[in-house]
Design a protein around this ligand. Structure first.
Ligand SMILES: [Zn+2]
Ligand SMILES: [Zn+2]
Length: 161
């Protein structure tokens, strides 16, 4: 192992089996409870996101919907569906600093964060128990009740990668 690959080793936080299916049921129920139609483009977007463990752009979501033979949607439909799911807190939105929003299903208890490698902007997930503990300890010191947090690390791409 080169020193660089050791330094930049990252951990994929393995999800518990069935997390995608559980999220899908939860998302469909939440959409119904909000009085929204579950059909059409929205259902197709939920289906795609349930099978993904990390972020996708709207274009990537559309590509997958099309590949699955879903209803002939377009980018505007996908963006509308993603906005709705985001407003319902069913998906989280990642701003990686390149002007393109990315989305993934919200994973209560199975969250991960991302680091972005520059140049190139490649996005990689990580989970770190020490970081989570530090954030909760910080909230306690600040005397605030934490309802969420966003972390994006910006990193230089190792030249040997
Ligand atoms: Zn992710
Ligand atoms: Zn966290």
């Amino acid at each position: 192992m080169t020193p660089a690959s050791g330094v930049h080793a990252h951990h994929h936080h393995a999800e518990t089996p069935g997390a995608g299916r559980r999220w899908k049921r939860h998302a469909q129920q939440t959409v119904r409870d909000a009085g929204l139609r579950a059909g059409g483009g929205r259902a197709a977007v939920i289906e795609v996101l349930s099978g993904e463990e990390c972020v996708l752009t709207a274009q990537e979501v559309l590509d997958r919907v099309t590949r699955k033979g879903g209803p002939g949607g377009n980018l505007a439909t996908v963006y509308r569906a993603l906005d709705t799911l985001h407003a319902l807190r069913l998906v989280t939105r990642l701003d990686a600093g390149d002007g393109t929003a990315r989305y993934e299903r919200a994973m209560p208890g199975g969250e991960h964060h991302h680091h972005v490698l520059f140049p190139g902007g490649e996005i990689r997930p990580f989970h770190d128990d020490d970081l989570e503990a530090a954030i909760h300890a910080l909230a306690e010191r600040l005397g605030v009740e934490l309802t969420g947090h966003d972390i994006v690390l910006h990193a230089a791409r190792p030249t040997t990668d």
